[in-house]
Ligand binder design. Structure first.
Ligand code: PEP
Ligand code: MG
Length: 560
C-alpha cells in the first residue's frame, strides 16, 4: 500500500526512483588504519584530511560560480582544523580512555548541543555543521572512506538520518535523483546547497525515515514536501506526467537564456541580474543577464574579522567588470545595519534598528568605510561600465553628503596620480516612500544618473512591517497594492525628469509581478539569475496592453 511521508521542501523538484538507504558510515569501504601512533598526530592527520577534502569541494563549487555555497565548505574546513576541538578530544581520550574517534564525536556532540539550545534559528541550523565535521573526522580515524554513497546507483532517491553538505556533493556526482533526510530545515546548509545544486531534497521528515524500506520504488515531490513510497501504477503514471511537464519547461527555459527579452508585441525589456560576489557574475552571464543591476557589496564585508581593504575590494570589482565585458555593472555601496550588523564595528544601541542607522546612514556614521569603497570603485571603473548606487537614500541631504565624498575622493586620487575614472554614473535606490514620492527633490543633483527601486525595503517602509518578521508576511505582503502604487508614482516622476529607472527587489523575479511592473512602465528589471528565464518567458507571452492591464490590477488588486 502506498505510504505518504511528509517533510519540509528543502530544495524543490520532482524525482521518481528507487530508495537507497544510507545507514551511516557502516556501508562505506574501509582501509586499514594504524591505531598505534601518537594520538595527537593521528588526530591532526585526520583533521587535515577532512579539511583538504572540504577545500576540494569548495573549489569545485567555486569553479561552477557557486561562491556562497563554496563558503559553506570553507567554513566547515576551518571548523575541521579547529585546535580547540583537537585539544578537547585529546583530553577525553586521555582521561576517559575511550577510542579517539569516539572522543571526537563526543566533543562535536557537545558543541552541537550547545548551538542547538541557542534561541536563534541560524545558529541552531549550524549545529548540523558541527555534527558533520565530527562524523567525518571520526570516519577517517576509523579508516572509513569519505566517499559516501560509492554504491549509490544513478537515479536513486537517497534516504538518510542526516547528510553532510560534503556527502550531498558526492551524491550529486553519483547522479542521485533526490535526497530525503530525517533532520534538516529550510535554512540548514544541506537545504541551501541542495537548492544551489538543483537536487530535489525533502528534509526534516523525523523518525518516519526508519520505516522507509530500502529498494522500494518512490515518488519524491520535494516541491510539495512529500514522498510517496510504493505508489500504485496510477500514481506513478500521473507523477511521470508532472515530471515530463517540468522537464519540458526546464528545456524551454534553457532555450530562452540567450533570447532578448520583450513583450509579445516587441516592447524591449532589459533584464539584469542581482549578485553578491564577483564569482556570481559568470553565473549571471550563463543565465542570460544583460548586465548586473545590483551588486550587494555587503557580502564582501560580513562574516569576517575586519572590513576588506581598498585593494581587496578593487580586485573584487575588477573581476566582476571583467566577467561582464562591456555590459553595465551597478555596484551598490555598503548597505548594512539593522539585520546586517558588522561584528567588527561598535554595536549601535537603537530602539528601532530598521528605522535607524542603515544603508547610507551607516556609511554617514562610518565615513572611512565609504571613502575606502569609493576609492576602490573609482579605480576599478577603468575596467568596464561601472555605475555606483547608494542604498536607502531618503533625503537630498543624504545624496549631497555622498556627492561631496565622491568629489573629495576624486580629488585625492587625482592629487596622488592614481589611475581611476571619475565620470561614472552615480545613482540611488528608491527604498523609502520619502524617496519614491520626491524624486524631483533628489534630482536637484543635476548629475544624478539613474534610480533603482528596492521594492523589498519599499514594501517594508510603505506597510510599516518588518520584512524579517514571518508573522507579518501574510497580512503585509511585499506585493501589496500600495507597493505597486509607490512604483507607479516613481515611474511617473522618473519619466517626467528623464531619469533612468529600474527595479531590483524580489518583485522583479516573480514572472507575474514582472509583467505588472512592465505594465506600469518599467523597462529594466534586475533579479536573481535563476529567475531570468522564467520572467523572460512570461514577458514574451503578453502584449504591452495586457501587461498594462495587469499593472493597473496590481495597484487595485481586485480579488485579493
Ligand atoms: C530592496 O530593498 O529591494 C533591495 C534590493 O535591497 P536589499 O534586499 O538588499 O535590502
Ligand atoms: Mg534594500
Amino acid at each position: 500500500m502506498t505510504a505518504v511521508v511528509r517533510g519540509t521542501a528543502g530544495a524543490p523538484g520532482l524525482a521518481l526512483g528507487r530508495i537507497v538507504r544510507l545507514e551511516g558510515p557502516g556501508g562505506q569501504p574501509r582501509v586499514d588504519v594504524d591505531r598505534s601512533g601518537n594520538p595527537g598526530e593521528r588526530l591532526a592527520t585526520a583533521q587535515a584530511q577532512v579539511a583538504a577534502h572540504l577545500e576540494d569541494l569548495a573549489a569545485e563549487l567555486r569553479a561552477e560560480g557557486k561562491a556562497d555555497e563554496a563558503a559553506i565548505f570553507d567554513a566547515q574546513a576551518l571548523l575541521a582544523s579547529d585546535r580547540a576541538l583537537a585539544d578537547q578530544a585529546a583530553h577525553i581520550f586521555a582521561d576517559e580512555r575511550v577510542p579517539l574517534d569516539e572522543a571526537v564525536t563526543r566533543v562535536a556532540g557537545r558543541i552541537a548541543a550547545f548551538l542547538a539550545e541557542v534561541d536563534d534559528a541560524y545558529l541552531q541550523a549550524r549545529a548540523a555543521d558541527v555534527h558533520a565535521i565530527g562524523r567525518q573526522i571520526a570516519a577517517v580515524l576509523q579508516g572509513i572512506s569519505l566517499d559516501v554513497g560509492a554504491s549509490v546507483p544513478a537515479g536513486a532517491i537517497v534516504v538518510a538520518a542526516d547528510l553532510t553538505p560534503a556527502e550531498l556533493m558526492l551524491l550529486r556526482k553519483r547522479r542521485a535523483a533526490g535526497v530525503v533526510t530525517a533532520s534538516g530545515s529550510i535554512t540548514s546548509h544541506l537545504a541551501i546547497l541542495a537548492r544551489a545544486l538543483g537536487l530535489p531534497a525533502l528534509v526534516g521528515i523525523g523518525e518516519s525515515w526508519r520505516d522507509i524500506p530500502d529498494g522500494a520504488s518512490a515518488l519524491l515531490d520535494a516541491t510539495g514536501g512529500t514522498l510517496l513510497v510504493d505508489p500504485t501504477p496510477d500514481e506513478s503514471g500521473a507523477f511521470q506526467v508532472r515530471v515530463d511537464v517540468a522537464r519540458e519547461r526546464d528545456r524551454r527555459l534553457a532555450g530562452l537564456t540567450q533570447v532578448a527579452a520583450s513583450t509579445a508585441d516587441g516592447e524591449r525589456i532589459v533584464l539584469w541580474a542581482n549578485i553578491g560576489r564577483p564569482e556570481e557574475a559568470a553565473l549571471a552571464m550563463q543565465a542570460g543577464a544583460e548586465g548586473i543591476g545590483l551588486f550587494r557589496t555587503e557580502f564582501l564585508f560580513v562574516d569576517r574579522a575586519s572590513a576588506p581593504g581598498e585593494d581587496e575590494q578593487y580586485t573584487a570589482y575588477e573581476q566582476t567588470l571583467e566577467a561582464m565585458g562591456d555590459r553595465p555593472v551597478i555596484i551598490r555601496t555598503l548597505d548594512v545595519g539593522a539585520d546586517k550588523p558588522l561584528a567588527y564595528l561598535p554595536p549601535l544601541v537603537e530602539a528601532n534598528p530598521f528605522l535607524a542607522t542603515r544603508g547610507i546612514r551607516f556609511t554617514r556614521r562610518f565615513p572611512e568605510l565609504f571613502e575606502t569603497q569609493l576609492r576602490a570603485l573609482l579605480r576599478a571603473a577603468r575596467h568596464g561600465d561601472l555605475r555606483i548606487m547608494l542604498p536607502m537614500v531618503s533625503t537630498p541631504r543624504d545624496l549631497a553628503w555622498a556627492r561631496e565624498m565622491l568629489e573629495r575622493v576624486t580629488r585625492d586620487l587625482e592629487r596622488d596620480a592614481i589611475p581611476h575614472r571619475a565620470d561614472l554614473p552615480f545613482g540611488i535606490m528608491l527604498e523609502t516612500p520619502a524617496a519614491a514620492v520626491s524624486l524631483d527633490r533628489l534630482a536637484v543633483d543635476r548629475q544624478l544618473a539613474f534610480c533603482s527601486i528596492g521594492s523589498n525595503d519599499l514594501a517594508q517602509y510603505t506597510l510599516a512591517a518588518d520584512r524579517t518578521d514571518p508573522a507579518l508576511a501574510r497580512d503585509y505582503p511585499y506585493d501589496d497594492p500600495s507597493v505597486f502604487r509607490m512604483v507607479r508614482i516613481a515611474v511617473q516622476s522618473a519619466r517626467a525628469l528623464e531619469l533612468e529607472l529600474s527595479l531590483c527587489g524580489e518583485l522583479a523575479g516573480d514572472p507575474r509581478h514582472a509583467v505588472a511592473l512592465v505594465g506600469l512602465g518599467l523597462r529594466k528589471l534586475s533579479m536573481v539569475p535563476a529567475a531570468l528565464a522564467s520572467v523572460k518567458e512570461a514577458l514574451l507571452g503578453v502584449s504591452l496592453a495586457d501587461a498594462q492591464r495587469q499593472g493597473e490590477q496590481a495597484c487595485t488588486a481586485s480579488g485579493q
